[in-house]
Design a protein around this ligand. Structure first.
Ligand code: ADP
Ligand code: ADP
Length: 229
């Protein structure tokens, strides 16, 4: 089964730029996929279309069995809240909320209740015990990003999209966050789609696609930094 599927997706922006040109990409469940490519190659556009943040000009996008590009904006927003998690470069935690409240925020926005067993599993797996009552400013960068990963997973999404999740971290801490994303895929079957320009980061994924000029130029199974350089 595929968690996400792009079929012949084309995205043209006003002004005439074709950011995606007939891109087809199935993402099987449980895959940790890296999306690479130079600046301007269409990575962000691909992520935004795959996550239902934006709609393609042409083609279709499925999250699970749901075709999302034909949905109204309201329905897409609901579907995102229920079935998609996001991790950003800058963590985007709410400074005034505790780590615990940050993690459960997506559930409250979706009007759902926390599943306490799942929360405990998540917090233990991600190594956030003892940090739940702190504010984000009282955490290191790596801890903040781990809290953001927990927040992305709290609603048990079909897929987590991570946009340069290690861009603000030092090499060692970045490695820990990448290992975490890999373990989520390997241990929980979590589908993760990560945009990165760093071959070393992409090498931790199960598979990498390399974008160029709005197309998928290359698909690399079992990527390594050498193959992607
Ligand atoms: P990447 O993430 O790989 O840097 P993007 O998806 O951001 O690539 O951009 C792909 C192309 O689309 C680029 O030529 C960029 O300038 C253009 N683009 C991106 N967003 C917009 C927008 N909102 N309006 C017009 N052009 C855009
Ligand atoms: P990690 O490897 O998880 O990123 P660090 O080794 O950077 O952790 O940090 C060790 C400890 O120092 C952490 O428990 C954290 O509470 C504290 N710490 C690190 N950076 C900061 C910061 N900018 N503000 C407050 N506390 C910090």
């Amino acid at each position: 089964a595929t968690a996400v599927r792009l079929t012949e997706v084309t995205k043209k922006y006003r002004g005439g730029v074709t950011a995606l040109d007939h891109v087809s990409l199935p993402v099987p469940r449980g895959t940790f996929l890296a999306v690479m490519g130079p600046s301007g190659s269409g990575k962000s556009t691909l992520l935004h279309c795959a996550a239902g943040l934006d709609v393609p000009t042409d083609g279709s996008v499925h999250i699970g069995d749901t075709e999302i590009s034909g949905l109204s904006e309201t329905k897409r927003t609901m579907l995102r809240r229920e079935r998609v998690g996001f991790v950003f470069q800058a963590y985007n935690l709410v400074p005034s909320l505790s780590v615990s409240d940050n993690i459960t925020l997506p559930l409250r926005l979706a009007g759902a209740r926390p599943d306490h067993d799942w929360l405990r599993t998540l917090v233990a797996h991600i190594g956030l015990e003892g940090l739940l009552n702190r504010r984000p400013a009282e955490l290191s960068g790596g801890q903040q990003q781990r809290a953001a990963v927990a927040r992305a997973l709290v609603a048990r999404p079909d897929v987590v999209f991570a946009d340069e999740p290690t861009g603000a971290l030092d090499l060692h801490t970045a490695g820990e966050v990448l290992d975490l994303l890999r373990r989520l895929a390997d241990d929980f079957g979590q589908t993760v789609v990560m945009v990165t320009h760093d071959p070393g980061a992409a090498a931790r994924a199960h598979e990498a696609v390399v974008m160029a000029d709005g197309r998928i130029r290359d698909v690399v199974a079992t990527p390594s930094a050498e193959k992607l350089a």
